[in-house]
Ligand binder design. Structure first.
Ligand code: GZL
Length: 312
C-alpha cells in the first residue's frame, strides 16, 4: 500500500502532514495580501497541508468555507473573521465535529468561549491609542490646538470588524482628555483605496479647508484619500495631517514623499506563529488563549531610514 501511496504526488505528505483549513477575509489591502503570503509561506515551510479560501470580504463565504473544512475533516480550522458577530452556528458545528478553531488577526464576539481555542493578532485598541498619542504630540498640531480647534475626519475600517471598532475606541479614549480635538466626520471606507478616496472626496466637499487631520484605520484608505486631497488642490501631509495604521510599503513611500505623517504598525506576518500554534494544538499541548503581536509606530522622519528594513 505504501508503494501505491508513494506513487500519488503529495499523497504520502497528505497522509502524514497536518491539514489546516484557513478562511481569509479577502484581498482588500496591502496588509491582507502580505498576511496571506505569510500564511502560505509558513505552511509550506512547516510541511502543513493548507486548504486556503478567500472570502472576498463576505461573511457568508467564510461560513461556507468553514463548513467545507468540517466536511473535509481537516485537523485544525483557522480564520480571520471579517466581522465580530454571526459565528455561533458554524463554530458550534466545528465543535461538534471536534475540530479545534484558531482565530488570527481579528476577533469574534461569542458567548460560548469554548468555540475557539486561541486568538493570535494585534491589539487594535492600542493601535488606535498610539495613533492619537502621536497626533496630540505632533508639534504642528500642538500649535494649531493652541490657537483653536483641531478638526479631524475619520475613515473607518469595515463596519462591524474588530479593527474598525477597536481602532476607533482607542483613538477616542486618548482624545477624551483633549477638548480641542474634534472628530467632525466619520465614515467607513471598508479598508480599500478606492472607497477611501471616494469618502474623502465627500468629506472635502462638505468640510473643505476646515479639515486639519485625517485619521484612517488603514494605510490603503489613507493612500486613496491622499489622491482626493491632491485633486482638491490641497497638500496631503501639510494642509491635511494624516495618520493611519498598518505600516505597509505604500505608507512608507507616501511618508518619504511627505504626503503621510505617521503610520502605526499592524504586523501581518502571523504565518510562522500560526503554524507553531497549529502543531502544538495537534500535539495536544496547552496553547495560550491570547497571543498579541509586537508592533511599533513610524513617524515620517523615520520613514527613509526604516524603509529598507521593511518586509511587507
Ligand atoms: C488588521 C487587519 C486589517 C488591516 C487592513 O489586523 O484586519 O484588515 O488593518 C486589512 O489593512 O484590510
Amino acid at each position: 500500500v505504501l508503494v501505491f501511496l508513494a506513487l500519488i504526488p503529495g499523497a504520502v505528505l497528505a497522509k502524514d502532514s497536518i491539514v489546516l483549513g484557513f478562511s481569509q477575509v479577502g484581498a482588500e489591502s496591502e496588509w491582507r495580501t502580505a498576511n496571506t503570503q505569510s500564511i502560505k509561506e509558513a505552511a509550506t515551510q512547516e510541511g502543513i497541508t493548507l486548504k486556503f479560501s478567500d472570502a472576498q470580504q463576505k461573511q457568508e463565504n467564510q461560513i461556507k468555507a468553514i463548513r467545507s473544512f468540517i466536511a473535509q475533516r481537516v485537523n485544525v480550522i483557522a480564520f480571520s473573521p471579517v466581522v465580530e458577530t454571526g459565528w455561533e452556528p458554524v463554530l458550534r458545528e466545528a465543535k461538534a465535529a471536534r475540530i479545534p478553531v484558531i482565530l488570527t488577526d481579528r476577533a469574534v464576539s461569542v458567548k460560548d468561549e469554548s468555540l475557539w481555542l486561541s486568538f493570535l493578532g494585534s491589539d487594535f485598541v492600542e493601535e488606535g491609542r498610539r495613533a492619537a498619542k502621536w497626533l496630540v504630540g505632533y508639534a504642528p498640531i500642538q500649535e494649531l490646538a493652541a490657537k483653536g480647534e483641531v478638526n479631524i475626519v475619520e475613515l473607518q475600517g469595515t463596519v462591524g470588524s474588530a479593527p474598525a471598532i477597536d481602532r476607533k475606541k482607542g483613538f477616542e479614549e486618548v482624545l477624551k482628555d483633549q477638548p480641542k480635538f474634534k472628530i467632525i466626520r466619520s465614515q467607513t471606507g471598508d479598508f480599500t483605496r478606492a472607497k477611501g478616496k471616494e469618502v474623502m472626496e465627500a468629506f472635502l466637499k462638505a468640510e473643505g479647508k476646515k479639515i486639519n487631520v485625517l485619521y484612517a484605520h488603514n494605510d490603503d484608505m489613507a493612500i486613496g484619500a491622499i489622491q482626493a486631497i491632491e485633486e482638491a488642490g490641497l497638500k496631503p501631509g501639510k494642509d491635511v495631517i494624516i495618520v493611519s495604521i498598518d505600516a505597509v510599503k505604500g505608507a512608507f513611500e507616501a511618508m518619504i514623499a511627505g504626503k503621510l505623517n505617521c503610520t502605526v504598525e499592524c504586523n501581518p506576518q502571523l504565518g510562522p506563529q500560526l503554524m507553531r500554534l497549529v502543531k502544538d494544538v495537534v500535539a495536544g499541548k496547552q496553547v495560550p488563549r491570547r497571543i498579541v503581536t509586537q508592533e511599533s509606530v513610524f513617524p515620517q522622519e523615520s520613514a527613509a531610514r526604516e524603509f529598507p528594513n521593511r518586509k511587507y
